[in-house]
Design a protein around this ligand. Structure first.
Ligand code: HEM
Ligand SMILES: [Mg+2]
Length: 292
C-alpha cells in the first residue's frame, strides 16, 4: 500500500523537523526544560517577597541559592524563564541593586528585597502581609485569599477582575494597617506587579491567565509546566506592561494623583528612580525616608 507508506514517511519527516526545531533544552510537554526542574529552596538558600524571582530561582533560571544576582544573571534568567525583556530586567534589576549594602554594588541577594519600602517592597501586596504585621516577605494564604475571592467561579484571571482584586488589597491595608504607606511609587509598583502575573502566566497582550497557573506562581512559587504552561511566545516588555497597566487603571476608579497618566513612561520612571510627575531623578535617601 504505497500511499500508507508515504503517509508514514511523511509523518516521520514531520516529526524529525519538529525535533530539529526544538533543541534539546526545550521541555517535553508538561515538564520543565532539562536542568530547570522545580526544587524547593534548601537550607541556606534565600528568597524574596517576589513570587516571580522566587519561582525563577526554584527552577534554576536564577541561582537556586538566591544569592549573587548580577544584572547579566537577571537579564538572562528573566528572558529564558519567562520571556521577560531586557528593558524590564535592566531597570528593575538596577533598582534592586540598591538593596545591597556598600557603594556601587554589582549584585544582590533575594532576601535583601525584604526591606520595607526600599527599593521596591511596599504595603498592600497581593500575597504578603504589610510590614507593620511583621513579615512582608513570605507567601501568606490568608492575604492571597482576598485576591482569590474575586475570582470565585472563574477559571481565568482577567484585567478587569485583577484590577478590582488589586484595589481591594489597597483598601484593606488602608483600613487595618495604622502604618500603611501607599503613595505614588507604591501605586505604580503595585499596578506593575498585577500586570506581571497576568502577562507571564497568560498573555502580555490580553492579560488572560489560567487561574491554576496564577495560583501555582503565588502559592507554590513553581512555574506551572505540569499544568501545561510554557513561557509566553510574546515578550513582556516595559511597553506591554505599560499598556496593560493603563488598562488595569481604566478598569478601576483608583484615585491617581492629578497629572499622572499610567503607562510605559510612568513605569519606567518609577523603575529608574525618577519622579513620574516631574521626571526629576529621585535620590535613594528620599525613597528610604518615604517622602518622595
Ligand atoms: C529584576 C526583577 C524583579 C525584581 C527586582 C522584583 C522585585 C519584587 C519585589 C521586591 C516585590 C515585592 C513588592 C511587594 O511588596 O509586594 C515584587 C512583587 C511582585 N513581583 Fe517581582 N521582581 C522582579 C521580577 C518579577 C517578574 C519577572 C515577575 C513575573 C511573574 C514578578 C512578579 C511579581 C508579582 C506578581 C509581585 C506581587 C507580589 C504580591 O503583591 O504579593 N516580578 N517583586
Ligand atoms: Mg509588600
Amino acid at each position: 500500500m504505497p500511499s500508507l507508506v508515504s503517509a508514514a514517511s511523511l509523518g516521520l519527516l514531520a516529526f524529525a523537523s519538529h525535533v530539529a526545531a526544538h533543541p534539546s533544552t526545550a521541555s517535553a510537554a508538561g515538564s520543565a526544560p532539562a536542568g530547570h526542574e522545580f526544587q524547593a529552596p534548601g537550607a541556606g538558600d534565600v528568597r524574596s517577597p517576589c513570587p516571580g524571582l522566587n519561582s525563577l530561582a526554584n527552577h534554576g533560571f536564577l541561582p537556586r541559592s538566591g544569592k549573587g544576582m548580577t544584572l547579566p544573571i537577571i537579564i538572562a534568567g528573566l528572558q529564558e524563564g519567562m520571556n521577560v525583556g531586557v528593558d524590564f530586567a535592566t531597570s528593575v534589576g538596577g533598582l534592586a541593586l540598591l538593596s545591597s549594602p556598600g557603594l556601587a554594588p554589582t549584585s544582590f541577594n533575594l532576601n535583601y528585597l525584604d526591606q520595607h519600602n526600599f527599593p521596591i517592597e511596599h504595603d498592600a501586596s497581593l500575597s504578603r502581609e504589610d510590614a507593620y504585621f511583621g513579615n512582608d516577605y513570605s507567601f501568606n494564604q490568608t492575604i492571597f485569599n482576598q485576591v482569590l475571592s474575586f475570582y470565585d467561579g472563574m477559571t481565568e484571571a482577567t484585567i478587569p477582575v485583577a484590577s478590582k482584586a488589586r484595589y481591594a488589597r489597597v483598601q484593606n491595608s488602608a483600613k487595618v494597617d495604622p502604618n500603611d504607606i501607599y503613595g505614588l511609587r507604591q501605586l505604580v509598583l503595585s499596578y506593575g506587579e498585577t500586570a506581571l502575573y497576568l502577562s507571564t502566566m497568560g498573555s502580555p497582550i490580553t492579560g488572560v491567565a489560567p487561574l491554576s497557573y496564577v495560583k501555582s506562581l503565588f502559592e507554590k512559587e513553581e512555574l506551572p509546566y505540569a499544568l501545561g504552561w510554557t513561557k509566553p511566545t510574546v515578550e513582556t516588555t516595559l511597553v506591554t506592561l505599560g499598556a496593560m497597566v493603563a488598562q488595569l487603571q481604566a478598569a478601576n476608579p483608583d484615585a491617581v494623583p492629578e497629572g499622572l497618566s499610567l503607562g510605559e513612561g510612568t513605569l519606567r520612571d518609577v523603575y529608574e528612580l525618577r519622579n513620574p510627575l516631574t521626571g526629576v531623578l529621585e535620590n535613594a535617601t528620599c525613597i528610604l525616608a518615604n517622602n518622595c
